[in-house]
Write a protein that binds this ligand. Structure first.
Ligand code: GDR
Length: 306
């Protein structure tokens, strides 16, 4: 999106990922020659200061994190360390560099956790239910404090789940769309899932990056909830995905207790009226089309890789 808008785009990548391009950087393969990548890590404050001073960015999009909620229970130490300290380091490095930079922080609907009201807006109290959710609340508060204390143009997008054919295989939507394509081609017999009753507000990632950009074009920074305002269960996602290839999901889903989370977020639904009013943002892809897009893309992927 930024390249299309004529930006000069820089990114930071850990050295380990740079050394394993094919496997680690597949999502940006098509555009990699148009980007400038720098070896740096969220875990190293010094590397971030160095990069900020070298590039002198106009806009910074801080999306990096250990972002898999389920895994954050298994490795809470590294999730909290990387997500909290990493965000602090980025903010502090920006403060050092003292320019008119605009900063975006990827907050999350996981901050609402065991929801205090329905739907959730920017004023809904937080009640995170995982180490990941807790780390995002801290990042959100750090962002707000740097905005208030140092007058930094720092905004947080409280994004609800956003999916696309580039989604990682560990997240439930992609796990299902990929399994559907494999099952249809006789490569897999069933799919193991955890809690299929949990509900999420699922939108299309491409719509959501537009919202991030719009936040940084505003004269004043702020916090914005971004979501579609519609919720669906994991079961509904599976039902639609399997029906799309003419199969009944009930014949293929196996419940695996190991995939249940120690404390679950049962239901999330966004009230993004602030973003709609102040940013002029609205989602363009509905749930049915999103599921269809992901299944179609994985059928194509299987066809090309058989
Ligand atoms: P989430 O996404 O935790 O909402 O966070 P995920 O797709 O992992 O889970 C959604 C819901 O599905 C249930 N579920 C399963 N989840 C996974 N991953 N695998 C399974 O087999 C499975 N079975 C059922 C989960 O319990 C959960 O209720 C995503 C991430 O992208 C975060 O980084 C981001 O902040 C939020 O969305 C907004």
């Amino acid at each position: 999106m930024l390249l299309n808008k004529g930006y000069d785009v820089h990114g930071i990548v850990r050295r380990v990922a740079l050394e394993d391009e094919t496997h680690r950087l597949w999502r940006i393969r098509k555009i990699i020659d148009n980007l400038t990548l720098h070896a740096a890590s969220l875990e190293s404050y010094a590397s971030l200061v160095k990069i900020m001073q070298k590039i002198k960015p106009d806009e910074v999009y801080h999306l990096a994190a250990q972002s898999y909620v389920g895994y954050s229970f298994e490795d809470e130490f590294s999730t909290l360390n990387t997500n909290i300290n990493g965000t602090h380091y980025v903010l502090s490095a920006l403060k050092e560099f003292e320019q008119n930079v605009k900063y975006y922080f990827a907050a999350s609907s996981e901050m609402f956790g065991k929801v205090k009201e329905v739907p959730q807006n920017e004023l809904t109290p937080f009640y995170p239910r995982s180490p990941y959710g807790i780390s995002k609340v801290t990042g959100f508060e750090l962002t707000r404090n740097y905005r208030e204390a140092y007058n930094l143009h720092a905004s947080s997008g409280i994004l609800f789940n956003h999916e696309s054919p580039r989604r990682g295989f560990e997240f439930v939507t992609r796990k299902i769309s990929f399994a559907v394509a494999r099952i249809k081609n006789g490569m897999q017999k069933n799919i193991k899932l955890g809690n299929i009753l949990s509900k999420r507000d699922w939108g299309f990632a491409k719509d959501y990056v537009e919202a991030m950009w719009l936040m940084l074009q505003k004269e004043k920074p702020g916090d914005y909830v971004i979501g579609t305002g519609q919720e669906h269960s994991v079961e509904e996602f599976a039902n639609l995905a399997f029906s799309h290839v003419g199969l009944n999901y009930k014949d293929y889903i196996v419940t695996d207790k190991k995939l249940l989370r120690p404390s679950e977020v049962d239901s999330l639904i966004a009230d993004s009226s602030k973003a709609r009013k102040e940013l002029g943002w609205k989602p363009t892809v509905n749930f049915n089309d999103l599921v269809k897009m992901m299944v179609e893309s994985d059928l194509e992927y299987i066809k090309n890789n058989l």
